[in-house]
Write a protein that binds this ligand. Sequence first.
Ligand code: CDP
Ligand code: CDP
Length: 229
Amino acid sequence: HNGKINIAIDGPAGAGKSTIARMVASMLSYVYVDTGAMYRAATWYLQNLGIGPEEVDKVLHSVQNLGIELMPGEDGQKVLVDGQDVTAEIRSLTVSSQVSRYAQIEGLRNWLVSLQRQMALRKGVVMDGRDIGTTVLPDAEVKVFMTATVEERARRRFKEMQDQQGITLEMIARDIAERDRLDQEREVSPLRQAEDAILLDTTHLTPREVAERIVSFSQSYGRENRNDL
Ligand code: CDP
Ligand code: CDP
């Protein structure tokens, strides 16, 4: 074995998952996989075709042939759909406000979950999302459930989107609260903390502090389980 482990990071929007997962991956020389970007990419594609969430099952066969790629870019990860760079488009409020409705569809989830499992087969992956510790990688060696208050999460996301015209803090807070609700209440792999996940409240922590804690858990896991690795 290459001595590497898998790290699963779950939690609601704006908790800091992607920022911290990226930092942890770079500190450990691991690969970062942003599963939210995959749901966003599928949503962007379906919205462009005018296919609503309730119609996805009818086109599932062709959707499953869609090439979704995550690639390292200058600032963060680039997301390609059939070769087209959609990195900026998938962060728009048009996608954000609908993605949780598409993400409820079992057929769509099964397809993305199987892609995500393949990406983690060789270990050395930091994967973030909503169902990583519970469904995608239930055997991940380190699992983290990240939270922060909804006010703090909305403030963080607003700071990032201020340059998008017409966006207010209230709009973002509403979007986040509604997605929290849909993600927690859906039937197929809802957002919840895995029993063996470490709970990390990031409300009063900097990204670096959170990343250092996770790296230190991961390293102590490696020491305690050296014989298994
Ligand atoms: O970055 P942010 O936290 O706003 O969201 P994201 O991680 O990009 O995920 C967008 C949406 O995709 C979530 O609100 C979920 O509805 C869905 N998602 C999911 O269902 N399962 C995952 N593993 C990741 C995302
Ligand atoms: O991926 P997720 O939606 O959970 O959150 P994110 O996109 O990583 O974080 C949203 C914003 O909050 C980013 O701009 C981070 O820099 C910031 N953040 C923070 O200020 N303090 C933290 N402890 C974590 C994230």
